[in-house]
Design a protein around this ligand. Structure first.
Ligand code: PSU
Ligand code: MN
Length: 307
């Protein structure tokens, strides 16, 4: 598979990304919602920078993706990254919001679904994030992330620490199965739960791989046979992962507060992540940062063997 692609006029690419694509060198997409909405200042900027460093160290070019003044941008400069990390009123754009952000000339941070869409348009195949969105807990309010449906339609490999610990993971995995999305464990048989290493009881992945080469081969075979997106999930680094017993109490409290404050829709995930950071005295931030950087490194290793 060649990564060379005719650049589209509706998106802007950094010189580093364009040069890498033209030369057939590996590129890794990184998202911006975790910068603008998922992590507080200054951990957000530090994490974004550390991810780019990890991608370069593994031999690939980083392409952080966002919409800037209505322009989908693949590969942000450091000052653009800093703006996104600091500016108020940056829109959180999932797939359906991209057209609005462009037409209304807004700044928008892209979620997994929107980042996949832009990455694919730019010719990128590997993308790293923290944790996927998915099916939320409880029956009401009904809330399922657009990340899942995007995986069903867009051929990008999403490297993550599983789906977020705030979600209903068994339901999330059932939906991914229905949508035909492979959920591949990297050096694990159990689907990771973001800050928490493993869900109790363990949830099976659909395949396990133990090297970047086999991960790349699995994804290439999936796409060759008409598949679209795939998930490559590795556990949060053990030294900073949070034991489920401690996490569960914080989550119940954060959920209670979200209900009382009537938080719904796109605000739910950022609200819960922010409250968990406070309730845990910053421990979830340490875990979140570490898992994001580890995923960026793994994504680069896979992109290198895919190219
Ligand atoms: N990973 C993180 N922090 C985040 C996210 C991922 O470590 O904030 C973001 C991703 O952009 C993902 C979004 O798409 O959370 C899910 O939002 P929602 O539940 O509203 O679909
Ligand atoms: Mn939602």
């Amino acid at each position: 598979m060649s990564q060379t692609h005719i650049p589209l006029e509706w998106l802007k690419m950094s010189e580093e990304v364009r040069a890498a694509l033209v030369a057939g060198r590996p590129v890794v997409a990184l998202e911006s919602t975790l910068v603008a909405h998922g992590l507080p200042w200054p951990t957000n900027l530090e994490t974004a920078r550390a991810s780019e460093v990890a991608v370069r160290a593994a031999g690939a070019a980083p392409a952080t993706i966002a919409v800037l003044n209505g322009v989908p941008t693949v590969g942000l400069t450091d000052s653009q990254l800093e703006d996104l990390a600091q500016l108020p009123n940056v829109r959180k754009a999932s797939r359906r919001d991209l057209g609005a952000a462009v037409a209304l000339k807004q700044h928008a941070a892209t979620t997994v679904s929107a980042t996949m869409a832009i990455a694919h348009a730019a010719g990128l195949r590997v993308f790293a994030t923290g944790g996927l969105g998915g099916a939320h807990r409880g029956a009401e309010p009904f809330d399922i992330s657009a990340d899942l449906t995007e995986l069903a339609r867009t051929p990008v490999l999403v490297v993550c620490a599983g789906a977020k610990s705030i979600l209903h993971l068994p339901r999330t995995l059932e939906i991914l199965e229905t949508l035909g999305v492979p959920v591949v464990g990297y050096r694990t048989d159990a689907f990771p739960a973001f800050y928490v290493r493993d869900h109790t009881p363990p949830l099976p992945v659909s395949a396990r791989v133990d090297s970047p080469e086999v991960a790349a081969a699995l994804f290439a075979a999936h796409v060759r046979m008409g598949g679209a997106g795939a998930v490559l999930a590795q556990s949060c680094p053990a030294d900073v992962a949070i034991p489920a017993s401690e996490f569960d109490a914080w989550l119940l409290e954060a959920e209670r507060e979200a209900n009382t404050a009537n938080v719904t829709g796109a605000k739910v995930t950022p609200f819960l992540l922010a409250r968990l950071a406070e309730l845990s005295n910053g421990r979830t931030l340490v875990a979140n940062r570490a898992l994001i950087v580890a995923n960026a490194k793994l994504a680069a290793e896979v992109a290198v063997t895919l190219t």
